[in-house]
Design a protein around this ligand. Structure first.
Ligand SMILES: Nc1ncnc2c1ncn2[C@@H]1O[C@H](COP(=O)(O)OP(=O)(O)OP(=O)(O)O)[C@@H](O)[C@H]1O
Ligand SMILES: [Mg+2]
Length: 261
């Protein structure tokens, strides 16, 4: 077991490259063993927050800090953050033609192992990798045929999401950020993916789950629900808050629309 991990966002402000502020001061702490859900309307800045946590260069942290286990990673590159134990499952995963799923995962794993080994190569022996990989594929009901295809190239929406969770299961991050991992999944796939995530949450991993719907939260029980509107957390509670939102929506927090000129 690893020591408990903690991701802390402190008064985080994030702007687009043109200076438009999208995330307007977020305080949030996610520790291993915890599931936090962020729910909020379209365009409120949830994905922007996720990209900023992952270190996407197009999203500029203008104020505040990101700490992982007390270390300031606000300025760290995306690869450094991944090596430190952060994982982001994207809302819209990209294809990488020419790189098979197997090779991508092997490279990603070995990069993380190298970083954890003080910068010295420490590749997982192929038989060990294969055993782990096949086991995780079976757990997540990912068809073996996908392993030899190019990453996300022509994958269906559901296949992309499963392969992302497979990647997460292989990399064993300390904190995982899942941006709408439920969108585009049919009911069976949702269950497999959500249970796959739930199994990984524990003493070694915490999760921040961004979602629109309560349905994924039936399989991944959130300890905390944060309502996110217009770049800010406007209310926090337990799982019951997700149910309340399902009924009420976000109108009570939304600014009245300005009259069109
Ligand atoms: N790269 C970008 N270029 C221009 N505008 C952007 C960019 N990224 C985000 N935005 C804008 O920032 C705002 C917040 O977008 P974001 O994707 O973070 O919202 P969201 O809460 O994830 O929405 P959804 O629920 O629809 O996924 C939107 O108005 C969006 O158009
Ligand atoms: Mg989004």
């Amino acid at each position: 077991m690893r020591p408990m991990a903690t991701l802390e966002l402190k008064q985080l402000h994030v702007a687009l490259e043109d200076g438009t502020e999208i995330v307007k001061g977020v305080d949030l702490t996610v520790s291993s063993g915890e599931v936090h859900a962020i729910m909020g309307p379209n365009g409120s800045g949830k994905s922007t927050l996720a990209y900023a946590i992952a270190g996407h260069p197009a999203y500029v942290i203008t104020e505040g800090q990101i700490l992982l286990d007390g270390q300031d990673i606000t300025e760290a590159g995306a690869d450094e953050r991944a090596q430190a134990g952060l994982f982001l499952a994207f809302q819209y995963p990209h294809a990488i033609p020419g790189v098979t799923v197997t090779n991508f995962l092997r490279q990603a794993m070995n990069a993380v192992r190298k970083a954890r080994n003080g910068g010295v190569d420490d590749p997982m022996p192929v038989p060990e990798f294969r055993k782990l990989f096949l086991g995780k594929m079976d757990d997540l009901k990912v068809s073996r045929e996908l392993a030899s295809r190019y990453l996300n190239d022509g994958f269906s929406g559901g296949e992309k999401k499963r392969v992302e969770i497979l990647q997460m299961a292989m990399l064993q991050p300390k904190i995982a950020v899942l941006d709408e991992t439920d969108s585009g999944l049919d009911i069976d796939a949702l269950k497999v993916v959500a249970e796959g995530v739930q199994r990984l949450v524990g003493p070694d991993m915490g999760a921040l789950v961004i979602t629109h719907y309560n349905r994924i939260l039936k399989y991944i029980t959130p300890d905390f629900v944060h309502v996110f509107v217009d770049g800010k957390i406007v209310e926090e509670g337990g799982p019951e808050l997700a149910e309340k939102l399902e009924a009420s929506g976000y109108v009570q927090w939304e600014k009245p629309k300005e009259e069109a000129a």
